[in-house]
Design a protein around this ligand. Structure first.
Ligand code: SF4
Length: 190
């Protein structure tokens, strides 16, 4: 998982490239949200504005939608796009709020983020109808913290020093704390 510093560097690279190519092409850059406490409104909402067509003709509500089990995607070769957009199960599956589970279902922020990313929810929790675990209200939020923390600790060196027994757990915790990483409890539990 990229560190926060790598995000910043990637963003700067995209910015430079956008300037270079001007209006010839629009470069989309989605900033990862592992270090946030609320998820993004992924794809601006499933089946709201985006329809991608894969090289084999499959119409997708999101470019990674094929990573989700239990969805069949209609093909533009034999199905009109209007029917795919309005009638297909894949495009309707996560529209509205009826598919949501708790805590999203009764959350007063659900109109803002629509529960976040379905693919991220599935990859972290094995259930695509769960809240995106980037959200601090998700019961699975610790998994995101842990993944981000381990990477961050590798990059700052505390973890490797700890593994080589160069520092005690207490020293490692102090180092994480000094770097303002409040996630040390996950990596170095007492
Ligand atoms: S619980 Fe669900 S709807 Fe509420 S903020 Fe978190 S992800 Fe968004």
């Amino acid at each position: 998982m990229p560190t926060r510093e790598q995000f910043v560097e990637a963003e700067a690279t995209v910015g430079r490239y956008r300037k270079e190519i001007g209006d010839r092409c629009k470069v989309f850059f989605v900033v990862p949200d592992y270090y946030e406490t609320r998820p993004k409104r992924c794809m601006n909402g499933w089946g709201q504005v985006f329809l991608g067509i894969a090289p084999d003709g499959a119409a997708l509500p999101c470019h990674t939608a094929r990573s989700l089990p239990g969805l069949e995607f209609s093909n533009v070769i034999d199905t009109p796009i209007k029917d795919i957009w309005y009638e297909s199960d894949a495009f309707n599956r996560f529209r509205g709020f009826g598919w949501m589970k708790e805590p999203c279902r009764s959350c007063d922020e659900k109109t803002i983020d629509l529960g976040g990313c379905r693919c991220q929810a599935y990859l972290f929790t094995q259930d695509s109808a769960n809240a995106d675990p980037v959200c601090s209200k998700s019961p699975h939020h610790e998994r995101v913290i842990e993944a981000a923390c381990v990477k961050k600790l590798f990059s700052c060196g505390a973890r490797s020093m700890r593994v080589r027994a160069v520092m005690s757990p207490r020293q490692a915790r102090r180092m994480c704390w000094s770097k303002r990483c409040v996630r040390w409890r996950v990596a170095f539990p007492i």
